[in-house]
Design a protein around this ligand. Sequence first.
Ligand code: TRP
Length: 361
Amino acid sequence: MNSSDKIDYTSYEAAVERSKKIEADLPLHPGNYRLLTGDRPTGRLHIGHYFGSLQNRVELFKMGVPTYILIADYQVLTDHDAYDQISENTKQLVIDYIAAGLDPESETLCIFPHSYIPELNQLLLPFLTLVSNSELDRNPTVKEEILASGKKSINAGMYIYPVHQAADILAVKGNVVPVGKDQLPHLELTRTIARRFNEKYISDEPVFPEAQALLSKTPSILGLDGAQKMSKSRNNYISLSATEDETETLIKKAKTDAERRITYDPENRPEVANLLLLLSLTSGEKPEVLAEKIGDGGGGALKKMLADSMNEFFRPMRTRRAELEKDPDYIDSVLFRGIDRARAEAGNTLDQVRRAMNMEI
Ligand code: TRP
């Protein structure tokens, strides 16, 4: 590794450009792509996840893009002490994916937890030799997560999980990775590892593809406090599994402001703007138009409309979700099929990697 080749974690504009290009090309050539993305099984998915990523995955899947959804169970151990819910959370994720519209009976869908794929995990060791300690140290997302954890002593898994994430992506040769902005450093690392591997271990053809991030188009959704991103840890979320009554109660308690007349002003009225954005996403109308419609009806009318609209929007998904919850064997079978498929693919990749590294017997 020479110094001019160091990972640039700040190339945001370049990533946005590449993401836009792919977005335009995906509907034209869905078969050229292989989508891989992942979630940590730390809790239920909420509406922020749905509009920020899940909805888009479903759209791409329906376009015919081969879709791999990875459940990053090992990654939970890097910053969570609790592990009692990992299996349950994994199954709940699968239920949410299917309820949202990913069809597990399709040949082009594969859902699997990475802990079940030994061949994927074996890639971690050679990959670790392709990055330097200081490159891992400089990863801005990891730095932030360490800060947020408030812990004095950080386990080594926390530093290396981005390398493991590269294994997640490259084991099945994912080349398009829908993620939020916070994951860009990990994508940059993945691209670097793929490039360094291909350059160092010369094969007939490059072993690894260049993985590109596909950035979400939806503006980031704030929590019901209107102050921070919607997230489980901030307890400002509505989960996809919430009932209609729970949804209504949560929305009633959402923060607004003292001004009666509803206007769409994300800069000065972030709480009201966020509720309008959610209403826009569930109703299909523009936030400005909705604000105009509600006008002097005030926060009460806005909340009532939002609760109704959201419940209507999520009703079919919640019905499907309730059916799936009654059939745990089916959920397990979806995972086992995904595991078989992912193991076969990661096994092929590992064979190629061994051959390239001259470790074949
Ligand atoms: N790091 C991601 C997160 O914290 C989860 C993840 C693990 C992932 N492996 C991945 C995302 C591979 C995309 C591709 O949410």
